[in-house]
Design a protein around this ligand. Structure first.
Ligand code: ADP
Length: 302
C-alpha cells in the first residue's frame, strides 16, 4: 500500500468574472467547498488508482474536519492515521476569475501540528502493509525530513514531490528514492532555469548528485524527463484537451505511488502517472478532477 504524510485542507473557492481589486467587493458566480491539500490530493490519487492508501496528517475540531475526512473516505483513503488536534482544520482560500486566473492563500492551521512522533507512530502501525511513502512540502519541513529518513529506514520507496518549492536541507536527498518536481520547482531548488527537456536533464542530475536515485521532472504538456544514473528519457505527454491543469502534478504523483506499490516497473509506472496527470487536466477542480483506474487504463490502451 501507499502511506502519504502531508497536508489536508478544506479548499474554499469563489468564482467571479474578475478578481476584486484591493478593497473592492465583486459579485461571485459560484462557490465550492471541497477536500484539498497536496497530501490529501495525492492520497486520493493513489486510492483512485487502486492502491490501499493511508493518510497521515492532522485536522482540527471544526466543521471543515468533516469535509476533509468525508472527502478522503469517499475516495477510498483510510483515515485511521489522521489525528484531530485542537484548533481549526487547514484552509486554502482560492479565488478564480472567468479566464481561470487564480490567487490562493493557504493557512496551514492543523497541518502545522503534525509532529515527528505522530509520523513514527503511523510508520510503526503501517509498516507491514506499506511499500511506498509519498511526501510533499506543505507540513513542517522538519517533519518531512524526518519522515523521509524514517521511511527509508523502514524499507519504503520514498517519493518526494518538492511542492511548494522551498529551500531544503541537503541531508534530505539521501533518503529520497524518487523526486517529482515540476519545472518551476526544479528551477527553484537547483538554480537551473528549467524551460525544456535539456535543462530538465541537468536539473535531474543535480538531484542525483545529492543522493536521489531517480528524478522525474514534469513539464506539463511537454511530458516528463526521467533521469537515473543509467538512463535519461524524455517521455512526451498524452494528448488531451485540457480545461483546468490544477492538480495534474498531484494526480501524477499519487498514481506513480500506487503503480510502484503494485510492483510495476518504473517505466510503466511513469506512463501510468502521466496518463493520470493528463486526465486530471480534462476536468475542473483539484481532488474532483483526479481520474480513477478505469479511466487511466482506457487512456493507456487508446
Ligand atoms: P504540476 O501540476 O505539478 O505543475 P505538471 O503540469 O508538470 O505538474 O503535470 C504533471 C504531469 O501531468 C505531466 O508530466 C504530464 O504527463 C501531465 N500533464 C500535465 N499537463 C498536461 C497537458 N496539458 N496535457 C497532457 N498531459 C499533461
Amino acid at each position: 500500500g501507499v502511506l502519504v504524510v502531508g497536508s489536508i485542507t478544506a479548499d474554499v473557492t469563489a468564482f467571479s468574472r474578475r478578481l476584486p481589486q484591493r478593497g473592492e467587493t465583486v459579485l461571485g458566480d459560484d462557490f465550492t467547498l471541497v477536500l484539498g491539500g497536496k497530501g490529501a490530493n495525492q492520497a486520493v490519487a493513489a486510492a483512485r488508482a487502486g492502491a490501499p492508501t493511508w493518510m497521515v496528517g492532522c485536522v482540527g475540531q471544526d466543521l471543515f474536519r468533516d469535509i476533509a475526512l468525508d472527502g478522503l473516505r469517499a475516495h477510498g483513503v483510510q483515515t485511521s492515521e489522521i489525528r484531530t488536534v485542537p484548533g481549526r482544520t487547514g484552509v486554502a482560500h482560492i479565488r478564480v476569475d472567468a479566464s481561470g486566473e487564480n490567487d490562493i492563500v493557504i493557512t496551514p492551521l492543523a497541518n502545522a501540528a503534525l509532529t515527528t512522533g505522530m509520523v513514527d507512530a503511523s510508520i510503526a502501525e503501517a509498516r507491514d502493509r506499506t511499500r511506498v511513502m509519498l511526501l510533499q512540502l506543505e507540513v513542517p519541513a522538519e517533519v518531512t525530513r524526518h519522515a523521509a529518513r524514517a521511511g527509508a529506514e523502514a524499507g519504503f520507496t520514498v517519493v518526494l514531490d518538492p511542492a511548494p518549492a522551498q529551500p531544503l536541507p541537503d541531508g534530505i536527498w539521501a533518503h529520497v528514492d524518487i523526486v517529482t518536481p515540476n519545472e518551476s520547482e526544479a528551477s527553484a531548488l537547483t538554480g537551473i532555469a528549467v524551460d525544456g527537456p535539456e535543462a530538465a536533464e541537468r536539473a535531474g542530475r543535480w538531484f542525483l548528485d545529492r543522493g536521489v536515485s531517480h528524478a522525474l521532472i514534469t513539464l506539463g504538456a511537454a511530458g516528463a524527463v526521467s533521469v537515473t544514473a543509467e538512463a535519461v528519457r524524455h517521455v512526451p505527454a498524452f494528448r488531451v484537451a485540457p480545461v483546468d491543469t490544477t492538480a495534474a502534478g498531484d494526480a501524477f504523483t499519487g498514481a506513480l505511488g500506487a503503480a510502484l506499490a503494485a510492483g510495476m516497473d518504473t517505466d510503466s509506472a511513469l506512463r501510468t502517472a502521466m496518463a493520470s496527470g493528463a486526465l486530471a487536466t480534462t476536468r475542473p477542480g483539484a481532488s474532483p478532477s483526479i481520474p480513477d483506474r478505469a479511466a487511466v487504463r482506457a487512456l493507456l490502451a487508446a
